[in-house]
Write a protein that binds this ligand. Structure first.
Ligand code: THG
Length: 808
């Protein structure tokens, strides 16, 4: 099944259908009703929509199963009919498509986030998609299309789950990006592409959120790191208000203006999202006729190993500067860190993650193996913490397969497994993990007989590891070889043998190489001298990545210098940037940064999201005689305000903001004990609700959390809330502001209704509106007092609006 569809998109560009929800609304779907329910109650209507798109020229018909997961169906009490709904939907689509079109089974997000941002575990999330995919694939869908995902961890879990059911079924994987080119949780398109390709998506792209030009920019970024076929499913422009209705303004012809550029980029499927109609699909189809649809070739020949984290990507090889893998998150020889790990604490990991990145690490090694530690559990905690503190890809360093698997489940993207070796049991156990979870692997050149003497024998093991990986479907570029460093004090001849092995692995096998460098100097005085000299030699021999301590000045000095000498630092720009103004080494200068006072420590803990130590800091502040109000206004709040500024500048993203907010909450809980009897004055009382007809509450929940942690009192009425209830509660509770949320264009109009009902009822309160498709213009038009484009903006604007910006 995989072959015919994937063959077809090689030969020509296929057209996928347009919006489903709006078509169903015109045909009887009521506000607040599940669109999937119509599969049971009005199958003929669903079929009619499919037929309209087929008649308009669609080559791919998408089933009405976007909300067909257990989590989504349970909002309507339909979870008991999950298998039936999903299977029937495929049958209905097939009945219309016959052999004229492919049937793509739609799967959308569950509305929940994966841990630690959300509360579903990887396994729970995967189970959601496994269950739905079983029904869809079982009913004979030709392919699966994952649409409108916001959380890279959720879509990653979905693809891994689908691949457990079928290695063959083609998977389209699409995320939604905002106008800053990131998902809600801060993932850029490059990192998304690397992750999706690694776990086995066949076609990647983006739907919803943006019009064609915005989608084109996203796809261009994906193309920089991936050779996969692309899909574009743009909205018909961004919504505007016209005669009291929200409309998507792009005409059918406007949807086609990017066709030629899309084709040149390797886009092989074009469809439409919100606001597109059969007329748009027909225009898209007609405009393709006569265009050159030859598949462009995107063979990357530079041999790069791509890696990704939630917020960014990383690369090894391809003639780039040698990647620096920070080795400090490793309890070897670090008693205090080992003790922390045993207590389940992560402060050390957070600090080392941030400091190593600041020192220049481009990847982070995570090793939590030490006696007396539950390594799988510690690995999960460490991955959550390191990924929250730094956006770079991770290197999971363990000889325990269970620990590796937990780490792979916890990760945000494509990690590097450290390591597999030439032993049969290692190859058998580790390589399938890399395949399943979409990871690259470090291959150690040792086997059952230990580390071979000669470069030749080490190269042979490297070749075996690469072949075995490729035979499982792992890309050859995703095997990075470690020729192994031995202490030169013990084995003086073998240092040169290691370098010679690096040359052979690069020259004969064309594989990327990595080395744990510092072991070379074990047993000798002044270790950084030997280590850094060896590091320079290894880089000249062709090393692509080094596991080192990036806080060791000598190592980084050599790294930056050698990158200039090997012509990998164009115009010595990075070197000059690091050393300009440096005048030899001066005793006493430059001055150490002044230690932070307690207010600074509190602020920093909030900025870092250090929930573990915040209570201790609050207690220290109390012991120094600060009042709870001073602690709040001079320590915690300035920290949170800095987080807001960093969010504005795209330095941090929602997951970090949530961590900081949690830290704030922990601090406030402790302060409240001090203030018994006194009232910790609230900044204001806010009523929050998702309006009737809409069951999307992720955005609203984020706003609630942030408001609370900024000192507001929040009354959350939940989702799908009738206007009358909102008005009654606003009156009865005497609130300062009412916040309304809606995601769907079809429910935006309900906001206007609520705003005017509040006015009519004489409720004197501010109204604030938000939601993915909302705009300032729309907010103004419906008479809302405030529009916020995201949760942070909601908090800062409401503060200004209520005139309590300067604390109490
Ligand atoms: N190859 C691969 N992976 C590896 C290694 C390798 N992972 C582990 C190791 N070698 C690289 N990581 C470290 C981590 C810590 C130290 C050295 C290498 C280290 N620890 C000090 C000690 O043991 O005395 C403690 C240092 C401190 O407290 O600062 O030196 O070769 N693929």
């Amino acid at each position: 099944m995989k072959q015919p569809f994937l063959q077809a998109i090689k030969e020509r560009v296929l057209v996928l259908d347009g919006a489903m929800g709006t078509m169903l609304q015109q045909r009887g779907l009521k506000p607040g009703q599940s669109p999937e329910e119509l599969i049971l109650t009005l199958p003929g209507t669903v079929a009619e929509v499919h037929r309209q798109y087929l008649d308009a020229g669609a080559d791919i018909i998408v089933t009405n199963t976007f909300g067909g997961s257990r989590e989504k169906l349970s909002h309507y009490g339909l979870e008991g009919r999950l298998a039936e709904i999903n299977a029937r939907a495929v049958e209905i689509a097939r009945g219309v498509a016959g052999k004229r079109a492919y049937v793509a089974a739609s799967m959308g997000p569950t509305g929940k986030f994966v841990e630690p941002v959300g509360d579903l575990t990887f396994d729970q999330m995967a189970a959601q998609f496994r269950e739905q995919a079983e029904a869809l694939v079982g009913a004979g869908a030709d392919l699966i299309t994952l649409e409108t995902f916001l959380d890279i961890k959720e879509i990653r879990a979905a693809i891994i789950a689908i691949r457990e059911i079928s290695a063959e079924i083609p998977i389209i994987a699409m995320l939604t990006f905002d106008d800053k080119g990131r998902t809600v949780l801060g993932t850029p398109p490059e990192a998304a592409a690397i992750t999706l390709e690694a776990v086995g998506a066949d076609i990647i792209g983006s739907n919803c959120g943006l019009g064609v030009e915005g989608i084109y920019d996203i796809l261009s970024a994906m193309r920089r790191v991936s050779t996969l076929p692309l899909i574009s499913q743009a909205n018909a422009g961004l919504p505007v208000l016209k005669d009291g209705n929200t409309v998507f303004p792009a005409t059918p012809d406007e949807m086609t203006v990017y066709h030629e550029r899309m084709l040149a980029l390797g886009v092989r499927i074009i469809g439409g999202c919100c606001g597109t109609t059969p007329a748009h699909i027909r225009a898209i189809k007609d405009a393709l006729a006569g265009k050159d649809q030859t598949l462009p070739q995107f063979a990357f020949t530079d041999g790069t190993t791509w890696l990704s984290g939630r917020g960014g990507c990383g690369a090894i090889g391809g003639g780039r500067p040698v990647a620096i893998i920070g080795e400090r998150i490793n309890p070897t020889g670090k008693k205090a860190f080992a003790a922390e790990l045993r207590e389940g604490k992560v402060s050390y990991i957070r600090r080392e993650a941030m400091e190593q990145i600041a020192a220049g690490a481009t990847l982070l090694d995570v090793n939590v193996g030490a006696p007396g530690i539950d390594e799988p559990a510690a690995m999960e905690q460490a991955v959550f913490c390191a990924a929250g503190a730094a956006s770079v890809p991770l290197v999971l360093d363990s000889s325990n397969p269970e620990a590796l698997e937990r780490g792979l489940k916890s990760a945000d993207g494509k990690v590097l497994i450290n390591s597999v070796n030439g032993e049969e049991k290692s190859l058998r156990r580790i390589l399938p993990l890399a395949k399943k979870y979409g990871a690259a692997v470090i291959g150690l050149t040792l086997d059952e007989s230990g580390i071979p003497e000669t470069a030749e024998a080490r190269t042979a093991i490297a070749a075996t590891i690469a072949e075995r990986a490729v035979s499982l479907g792992i890309r050859r570029n995703d095997v990075v070889i470690d020729c192994l460093t031995l202490a030169v004090s013990a084995e003086q001849k073998r240092a040169m043998e290691t370098l010679s092995a690096i040359r052979r692995v690069k020259g004969e096998l064309q594989l990327n190489t990595v080395l744990g460098v510092s072991n070379i100097s074990f047993g000798l005085p002044c270790r950084p001298l030997i280590s850094s000299a060896f590091f320079a030699m290894a880089m000249e021999a062709g090393l692509d990545a080094a596991i080192i301590n990036p806080k060791e000045q000598a190592m980084m000095d050599v790294w930056r210098s050698v990158m200039v000498l090997l012509n990998r630092d164009a115009n010595a720009a990075a070197y000059i940037d690091a050393y300009k103004g440096t005048v030899a080494v001066q005793p006493g200068a430059p001055a150490e940064q002044a230690p932070l006072d307690i207010r600074g420590i509190l602020a920093k803990a909030v900025i870092d999201g250090d929930g573990e130590n915040i209570v201790a800091h609050v207690e220290a502040a109390l012991a120094q005689g600060l009042s709870p109000l001073e602690i709040s206004n001079e320590g915690l709040l300035p920290g949170l305000e800095e987080v807001g500024r960093r969010f504005e500048k795209n330095i941090v993203y929602l997951p970090q903001v949530m961590l900081s907010a949690e830290t704030m909450k922990t601090a406030f809980a402790r302060l409240k004990q001090e203030m018994q009897g006194m009232n910790l004055a609230s900044l204001g009382r806010i009523l929050m609700a998702t309006v009737e007809g809409d069951i999307h509450d992720i955005g609203k929940n984020i706003v609630c959390t942030l408001l609370e942690n900024h000192g507001f009192e929040v009354i959350d009425l939940g989702k799908n809330v009738p206007a009358a209830k909102i008005v009654a509660e606003a009156k009865a509770r005497n609130v300062d502001a009412v916040g309304l949320s809606a995601l769907m264009t079809t429910t935006m109009a309900e906001m206007e209704n609520v705003v005017s009902l509040l006015r009519e009822a004489g409720v004197k309160t501010f109204t604030m509106v938000g939601g993915a498709v909302l705009t300032q213009d729309y907010a103004t038009e419906i008479g809302a007092d405030l529009y916020a484009k995201d949760a942070m903006e909601a908090v800062s604007k409401i503060k200004v609006l209520l005139g309590k910006n300067n604390g109490n």
